[in-house]
Ligand binder design. Structure first.
Ligand SMILES: [Zn+2]
Length: 198
């Protein structure tokens, strides 16, 4: 009796082995396909993302602080140029724009006025803070300035006039001594000017 029950079970398994295997395979296949479909759906948005694309900051292009000036002393960091006022050869980490006294001086770029000072050596100075850690400085201006500390200015906005107030460069005549600072270091303004006024 026992033997025959065992034989029956054995026969049943034998007879249905194929069906059992097929069912198992189908279930596994469906399961795998479902998982694949879900994971591929989940991945779709990531595929559309511009993978970690770095948003590069806007390229800053200055306008010359004096629109129709001529260049006096240019930028000289590694070489020495003759300094008429000091009567010696030295570096000059700025660009001097020569123009008649009273000629308008404009902001090189959008920014906020950091300070308006009247100093003995460099005369009347305006400094403007721009984005990307850039600061522009305009020295030897006329006493009549058009902006004050804290003012927001836009590129090309008149901030003052060409003067003769800088004692250290008085022999240059009326001009603006234009400096560009990047993270507290003087840099060549030419890097940011594209109008040929080097
Ligand atoms: Zn200068």
């Amino acid at each position: 009796m026992k033997q025959s029950f065992y034989a029956k079970v054995k026969d049943f398994v034998k007879q249905h082995m194929y069906g059992i295997l097929v069912s198992f395979c189908v279930v596994t296949l469906v399961f795998v396909l479902t998982i694949t479909a879900i994971s591929s759906l989940a991945k779709t948005p990531t595929l559309d993302e511009p993978s970690d694309e770095v948003v590069s900051p806007a390229v800053i292009v200055f306008t010359a602080p004096v629109q129709n000036g001529t260049i006096g002393m240019g930028y000289a960091e590694d070489e020495l140029i003759y300094h008429k006022t000091l009567q010696q050869w030295q570096t000059h980490q700025a660009i001097d724009y020569l123009a008649p006294a009273g000629t308008e001086v404009v902001a090189a770029y959008d920014g906020e006025v950091l300070s308006v000072e009247n100093t003995m050596l460099e005369g009347v100075i305006i400094t403007i803070q721009h984005e990307q850690n850039l600061v522009t400085k305009y020295a030897s201006l006329d006493e009549t300035t058009a902006v004050k500390k804290g003012d927001k200015v836009t590129k090309g906005q008149v901030i003052g006039k060409v003067g003769t107030t800088a004692m250290n460069e008085v022999e240059e005549g009326p001009h603006v001594h234009f400096e560009v600072w990047l993270k507290d270091a003087l840099v060549d303004p030419t890097n940011y000017l594209t109008d040929g006024k080097k």
